[in-house]
Design a protein around this ligand. Structure first.
Ligand code: KIV
Ligand code: ZN
Length: 510
């Protein structure tokens, strides 16, 4: 069967990060970008460099460190944005400048207070400037789905004439529906005379729950690139979900006759990493990556699936990387065994990281006996792939019970200096967090606390995600341990470390 190759443009780190409460720091973004490269996306949109020093730093680091995909940065259609974007991208092996301007009447009249001709000229100048730096330039007429067609076709033609190599058609507010959006793509191919000189991309938001359906309708009408995010996170109701588009194309190849380069077995791990790092959990019934996506509850279904999986399964859990949780290692597995298993899972650790990973692994293996892939992944995210640590846990002691006031003592090092504090609380976790607050003297609000078990069974690793707020910053922390109090303390300290780094950076800039 002859098939087309669809380009997967992942914007988890840019549009996805615009999800309310999903702010990621530079180290978290780098970790996710490495995982996106393992997933084999074609393009990573790493951020919006002009929007803040942290965004600039993240795009620059990803451009320098992440190999494989093209690395894109976003820029409004103004010189300052494009110059800053290039500054961040210039060391990438495959850089792309993505420039955009609003083109619908409401954007032109209310946001810009300009004429269509002025907007068209800004787009032309922006694309030319971007092309003076870089051979790969994407142009987006923002709010395309609500833009008058005559103007949309005119601005696309002008952008291609000015040197745009990719034209992206966004449904910025998730307004369109599949037949309509598919027709729009078809018309663009027919009415824009130079469209064959560029790649046609789409970028759909999910306000009416149609982002994936609209993206697929666009592909069916010839779109060559789709922009999407892991778990569908993004502004408001989010963006089109990468895993749903990719698996729809794979499962229904008969219909779409299209392929992607995605390593689908990496989907589940990427989804988990993004949800842990952003603190945005995946709903259990979410297609492809939800906890129930492959669970068969009814007896009739279970019986049929045991006879033949095809009865109720249109794809295998393994095809998206859901392993059957086989035992991988135990306490007698050596450092070499751990290293090689981690390499198979895609983690290439430095010698220092491997030492730390081995220490943590032995602690888990001691308590848990059987260490699964999921445990190793949680451990790596919780203990190894962390940025600089200002504050670290040395020890803790908890006294709690139904007739006791929960009390915690924590020993911490803050940049090498040891501190000990004790506090009471409503429960043992609250007491531990209060004791930590006494050391840091920061007044933080705990906005969210989530506890999950990584695998099943009494000895399962507990994974905690906390969200804290201070001084206008909202930060997520993540920790894992066989002891849920320890996992909670690790998650809280992870968030406090990120907060302290942000506070220092913002003081340096003031
Ligand atoms: O939704 C949108 O229009 C965007 C553009 C910047 C592509 O995110
Ligand atoms: Zn968007």
């Amino acid at each position: 069967m002859e098939s087309r190759r669809i380009i997967i443009f992942d914007t988890t780190l840019r549009d996805g990060e615009q999800s309310p409460g999903a702010s990621l720091d530079v180290q978290q973004k780098l970790m996710i970008a490495h995982q996106l490269a393992r997933l084999n996306v074609d393009v990573i949109e790493a951020g919006f460099p002009v929007s803040s020093p942290a965004q600039f730093e993240a795009v620059k680091l990803i451009a320098e460190k992440v190999e494989g995909p093209t690395v894109a940065g976003l820029a409004r259609a103004v010189a300052m944005d494009i110059d800053r974007c290039w500054e961040a991208l210039k060391n990438a092996k495959k850089p792309r400048i993505h420039t955009f301007i609003g083109t619908s009447t409401v954007h032109i009249e209310k946001k810009f207070r300009k004429s269509e001709d002025e907007i068209l000229e800004m787009a032309r100048q922006a694309v030319k400037r971007a092309r003076s730096y870089c051979d790969d330039v994407e142009f987006s007429p923002e709010d395309s789905a609500r833009t008058g067609k005559a103007f949309l076709f005119r601005i696309i033609e002008a952008a291609i004439d000015a040197g745009a190599t990719v034209i992206n058609v966004p449904d910025t507010v998730g307004y369109s529906f599949p037949a309509e959006f598919g027709n729009l793509i078809d018309e663009i191919f027919k009415k824009v005379p130079n469209m064959h000189n560029a790649i046609l991309s789409v970028h759909c938001h999910n306000d009416l729950g149609l982002a994936v359906a609209n993206s697929l309708a666009a592909i069916a009408n010839g779109a060559q690139q789709v922009e999407c995010t892991i778990n569908g996170i993004g502004e408001r109701a989010g963006n089109a979900s990468l895993e749903e588009i990719v698996m729809a194309l794979k499962v229904r190849k008969d219909e779409f006759k299209a392929d992607t380069g995605i390593q689908t077995e990496e989907i589940y791990r990427t989804s988990k990493m993004v949800s842990h790092q952003t603190g945005i959990m995946v709903q259990p019934n979410k297609a492809i990556v939800g906890a129930n996506a492959f669970a068969h509850e009814s007896g009739i279904h279970q019986d049929a699936v045991l006879k033949d999986k095809n009865t109720y399964e249109i794809m295998t859990p393994e095809s998206v990387g859901l392993s059957s949780n086989k035992i991988v290692l135990g306490r007698h597995s050596g450092r070499h065994g751990l290293k090689s298993r981690l390499e198979t899972l895609g983690y290439n650790l430095s010698p220092a990281e491997l030492n730390l990973a081995y220490e943590q692994f032995l602690k888990i293996a001691d308590k848990k006996k059987e260490v699964f892939d999921d445990d190793l992944e949680a451990m790596i995210e919780s203990d190894i792939y962390k940025g600089k640590k200002i504050i670290e846990l040395n020890y803790f002691h908890i006294s709690s019970g139904n007739h006791l006031v929960p009390t915690a003592t924590v020993g911490l090092s803050v940049e090498g200096v040891a501190y000990q504090e004790a506090a009471c609380g409503d429960g043992p976790v609250d007491a531990a967090f209060n004791a930590i607050d006494r050391v840091t003297r920061l007044s933080v609000q705990l906005e969210d606390y989530q506890l999950h078990s990584v695998t099943s069974g009494k000895n399962a690793l507990g994974e905690v995600i906390v969200k804290i707020a201070n001084n206008g910053f909202q930060i997520t922390g993540h920790g894992a341990s066989t002891d849920v109090i320890e996992a909670s303390i690790k998650a809280y300290l992870d968030a406090i470390n990120r907060l302290m780094i942000k506070l220092r950076k913002s003081n340096d800039h003031n």
